[in-house]
Design a protein around this ligand. Structure first.
Ligand code: F6R
Length: 614
């Protein structure tokens, strides 16, 4: 939530900041702002409600010069999205400005104290309170800005990734982080700061990931200095970025979401690469090898995640129970952390997250860790907070996911969790060798099968056109495809704003059936498998009430074809791997419906890619 960028060097900062903000816009997009110090030492701040493009229009013709600056794209927490609440925020004198991602929980008490000391505030934000506090400390203690930042950060409770710019020191940027991500790019006589590496990759591959409670003093012409907020010096650890520029560009697609849907044959393959060899009968996730005995002896696995990642967790529940015979509980991280959950030291907790930054999932990890459980992270963003907070884990290798609606991250998560369950099953001896081998071969064929589904785009678009004006939709699945129904419904509602619900098919008769009439599209995953006949009966129940059936069926299916209004055929595979294929037409369908309804597919309203607030 919120994207931050900073630049100091010899080039003009503004174009770098604006390009960076566009790349980070997926993190928040209700307002944006920049601040630069020009050659004459004047600080120019421009901020605007709306998109980065609105900011660009607003700044046109104004003094946007300077080779030091900061920029921010916001997802509102404190204070509605408007020009005043946009970042950067000013200190009392106006000499300091700051951009911030996160939440200062004790801002109200600090604000009260500062108000008594004569401070006045323009905005409703917690950020403004913090920059006032920094200046207050700087002045009253006669400190340099960097030192005042350290002192102030010891007084606040909450999360932050922030950058401070001081009008009276045009050669320095001060950055700090706790709970929200921050990367510093190190170029030739220039430095970049950003919430993730996407604004940096074009300029340098040398990066430093800031850890929690660290402050970076970035001075022109000097090496970056790192300190903890307790004022302890930290050596600089420069890493090489693995990201490629093409991975974060649209590459000819109209939207990132469409590109990411189409990337799935590759991202699924990448998530299996080096981990699966069907011919040799090998599945090995290097990240869990050292913990395999714990898996083997675990009486239970708890999965924690949010949103789409939680749906991947539900698929994993079926996988681990079926393959490895370990009981699994799948928990919303936000519920888990605020209950008083029973956690045993021999529990394995699998935390699933695309971004690796989701605040609730992180907090749930810390809770489980404090009770002695082993934490296994399944994340996509390398170096993010969740993998760092986990004891071990496996990355998903889906590549950067920029569209706010998760697509390729979901299939990559399911692939990694499938490999994990198979590895544990092999170790525990809970699966016949012949079945194990068959599943490995099936897994290897999934990318090609996804390609086959993608070839049906025109049919899916045609179906989208028929139902684009629906007000409600129901998604049904059973067994392994129940989580796919939930995911299909989430995709539709989040990007097209059509109310949609996912249900286990058999539960329909316990309530949702009352909603069915001729205006209700019902998307049913009715692939061949042990539940097929039962799902066919559910379809008949919908048809008897004049509901419209759009069924995802196994290639060659005849029975459902005879009763459904539309069918989308997907290649046959093992029942446990169907989610990897069946979700793809539902992703495409939501995409087309949203485009046809004129929605902003990559940046749906009120959402942000990385939910770093609880
Ligand atoms: C939906 C979506 C969200 C995320 C959720 C968790 O398309 O993207 O529901 O899945 O916010 O995010 P991560 O996986 O980053 O923890």
């Amino acid at each position: 939530m919120c994207g931050i960028v900073g630049y100091i060097g010899n080039r003009e900062a503004y174009p770098i900041l604006m390009k960076g903000l566009q790349r980070l816009e997926y993190r928040g997009y209700d307002s944006a702002g920049v601040a630069m110090i020009n050659a004459a030492g004047a600080m120019n701040v421009f901020k605007k409600k709306g998109k980065v493009s609105d900011l660009a229009d607003f700044a046109k013709g104004q003094d946007i010069t300077g080779n030091i600056g900061i920029g921010h794209t916001r997802w509102a927490t404190h204070g509605e999205p408007n020009d005043v609440n946009s970042h950067p925020h000013y200190s009392q004198s106006g000499d300091l400005v700051m951009i911030h991602n996160g939440i200062i929980e004790n801002y109200a008490a600090i604000k009260e104290g500062l108000t008594k000391r004569g401070h006045t505030f323009q905005s409703q934000t917690d950020t403004e309170v913090l920059i006032h506090l920094i200046e207050d400390i700087k002045k009253s203690e006669n400190m340099k800005t960097g030192h005042a930042v350290l002192v102030a950060l010891n007084q606040i409770i909450g999360a932050y990734a922030l950058v401070v710019l001081d009008k009276n020191d045009p050669n320095t940027l001060i950055a700090a982080k706790k709970g929200s991500p921050m990367v510093i790019g190190i170029g030739e006589d220039e430095f970049f700061i950003a919430s993730d590496a996407s604004p940096i990759v074009e300029y340098t591959k040398n990066v430093v990931y800031l850890n929690d409670e660290q402050v970076a003093i970035i001075r022109r012409g000097e090496e970056v200095k790192l300190r903890t907020i307790k004022d302890k010096e930290i050596p600089l650890y420069v890493q090489e970025l693995e990201m490629e520029l093409e991975a974060i560009e649209k590459g000819g697609y109209e939207h990132f979401m469409l590109k990411e849907i189409y990337e799935q044959p590759r991202s699924v393959k990448d998530s299996m690469r080096g981990r699966l060899n069907a011919e040799k009968g090998i599945v090995q996730l290097g990240g869990i090898v050292d913990h395999i005995a714990k898996f083997k002896n675990a009486k239970r696995i708890i999965i924690i995640a949010c949103g789409t990642s939680w749906h991947a967790g539900l698929v994993a529940e079926y996988l681990f129970e079926e393959y490895a015979r370990i009981p699994v509980e799948v928990e919303y991280a936000s519920e888990f952390r605020y209950r008083n959950p029973i956690i045993y030291p021999d529990d394995i907790v699998i935390a699933i997250s695309q971004s690796g930054e989701t605040a609730d999932t992180l907090a749930a990890i810390e809770l489980a860790k404090s009770k002695g459980a082993t934490i296994i992270g399944v994340c996509n963003v390398v170096g993010s907070s969740i993998p760092r907070a986990s004891h071990a884990g496996s990355y998903t290798h889906a590549g950067p996911e920029i569209g706010v609606a998760s697509t390729k991250a979901f299939t990559a998560q399911v692939v990694v969790l499938t490999l994990m369950a198979l590895q544990v099953a092999k170790e525990k001896g809970t699966m016949a060798e012949s079945k194990f081998r068959q599943l490995l071969y099936e897994l290897e064929s999934i990318p090609t099968k996804i390609e086959d589904v993608l070839k049906q785009n025109d049919l899916i678009k045609h179906i989208a056109d028929i139902y684009k004006n629906a007000e409600n939709a129901l998604y049904l699945g059973r067994g392994f495809t129940f989580p796919v129904a939930l995911e299909g419904a989430l995709k539709l509602k989040e990007i097209s704003y059509i109310h949609a619900e996912g249900y286990p098919a058999a539960e329909m008769k316990h309530g949702p059936i009352a909603l069915i009439d001729e205006a209700m599209p019902v998307f049913v995953i009715a692939t061949k498998g042990p539940n097929y006949e039962k799902v066919v009966s559910n379809i008949q129940e919908v048809k008897a009430r004049k509901g419209k059936i759009i069924a995802v069926v196994t290639s060659g299916d005849k029975d459902v074809k005879g009763m459904a209004d539309h069918v989308i055929e997907i290649p046959e595979t093992d029942e446990s791997l169907v989610p990897l294929i069946a979700v793809v037409p539902l992703q495409l369908l939501s995409y087309h419906v949203a485009v046809m309804r004129g929605c902003n597919v990559d940046q749906p309203r009120n959402l942000a890619k990385s939910v770093t607030v609880e």
